[in-house]
Design a protein around this ligand. Structure first.
Ligand SMILES: [Zn+2]
Length: 394
């Protein structure tokens, strides 16, 4: 495929995961971008309202439509999960979150900072999980097309050291507060079980609201799969044996295009619907209908688990130039992209600034994927566009 073949922007380019509200000034550049729609993540206390305002300011009409320039997503990222206080198991009637603060951080961080009073002093008063969920539910109700994200698990990150006075003097005030911004890392991590609690509650909310989820997973694919599996329990799709499928196929007289690889059927909807989906009207299911593993860095093996036909959530995988095709990313991603069913591949920028740079990295990653899959450029861009539509709107 010639590199200089003009890029078919007119087909529609959709960024499945990005953070433009981290650089607020760049929001003004979105209407001039060549990309059609950006799927904008919220991650922490400081950016939920910004994502909401961005969606309102860029919506064409009063109500949201499928032609909007942005799709807002609301969620709490694992890097900030320590700021969430689990009040779901036992109500915190007697104590306020402020009174809980020390015991909370001593319990959810590892090693425990119990003896490091000054570290805890500088952390915020934790937010009750029940409050996060009801606020997010409200936001999702206001935006019928909004998704849940960015949520997930991360086994490698550590909390940044608290802001020093020099840090504060030197910080770039164009950036939305709350992120690491080059601060040194502390020794503290958030315990995996606490991260799972925060993730699980948000996945359940996505199920309740019937919204797709953009999911962050770093060295945690096994953990993410376990959480999904717990939520799927009792709702698995009935997978027909090959013989039964052949029979059904003959009976329906349909032409199927599946090959020998049963686990990677690109049309898993052909399997039986879940119990939850059988219910008419406002059915409740405790898991999201669709999940995107954003900037997927795992190997081929976990993909087979995530795409097993019995899973009642449809799992997509998205790729960014930043994480998947940078110099150090290696060749693992090539095998992953070649192994995935055509209908489950998405592209993203994962950038923290909108504008020309975002268009460039989206074009680059789309071209890379087309090349790896041996897709003619126009065909590939159309596939990626169709995949995003299906991921977001079902
Ligand atoms: Zn992200």
């Amino acid at each position: 495929m010639p590199e200089d073949e003009p890029f078919p922007w007119e087909i529609g380019i959709y960024d499945a995961h990005c953070h433009p509200t981290d650089t607020l000034a760049s929001i003004a550049d979105i209407p001039q971008m060549k990309a059609t729609t950006l799927t904008i993540m919220a991650t922490r206390g400081e950016d939920q309202d910004l994502v909401q305002q961005t969606a309102v300011s860029l919506s064409a009409k009063e109500s949201q439509s499928t032609s909007d320039r942005v799709v807002p997503c609301f969620g709490w990222h694992p890097w900030f999960s320590h700021q969430i206080l689990d009040d779901t198991a036992q109500p915190t009637a007697a104590q306020s979150p402020a009174e809980h603060k020390y015991a909370h951080y001593a319990a959810v961080l590892t090693p425990s900072p119990a003896d490091d009073q000054s570290f805890i002093d500088l952390l915020p008063v934790p937010k009750p999980l029940s409050e996060l969920i009801s606020e997010t539910r409200n936001r999702l109700q206001q935006f019928p097309n909004a998704l849940v994200g960015e949520v997930g698990l991360d086994r490698s990150f550590r909390l940044p050291s608290p802001w020093s006075s020099t840090d504060i003097e030197n910080r770039d005030d164009q950036l939305t507060p709350g992120a690491r911004e080059g601060r040194r890392l502390s020794i503290y991590r958030v315990k995996p079980e606490h991260q799972r609690t925060v993730l699980k509650a948000q996945l359940q909310l996505a199920g309740e609201m019937n919204r797709a989820v953009s999911l962050h997973s770093v060295q945690a694919h096994g953990g993410v799969f376990e959480v999904l599996k717990e939520l799927w329990a009792g709702h698995e799709r009935v997978v027909l044996s090959r013989r039964k499928r052949d029979k059904q196929r003959d009976a329906e007289g349909a032409v199927f295009d599946d090959d020998e690889d049963d686990d990677q059927d690109k049309t898993p909807d052909r399997s039986q619907p879940t119990k939850a989906a059988d219910l008419s009207g406002k059915s409740y299911r405790p898991f999201p209908p669709r999940v995107c593993m954003h900037s997927y860095t795992g190997s081929v093996e976990p993909i087979r688990q995530f795409l097993h036909q019995s899973n009642p959530s449809d799992v997509y995988f998205s790729f960014s130039k930043l994480i998947n095709f940078s110099g150090t990313a290696g060749k693992k991603v090539d095998d992953v992209i070649k192994a995935l069913p055509e209908g489950r591949i998405l592209i993203e920028s994962d950038l923290h600034v909108a504008g020309v740079q975002m268009d460039e990295v989206l074009e680059d990653v789309a071209r890379q994927i087309c090349q790896l899959r041996g897709w003619e450029l126009r065909h590939g861009v159309q596939v990626l566009a169709d995949n995003w539509q299906r991921f977001v709107f079902g």
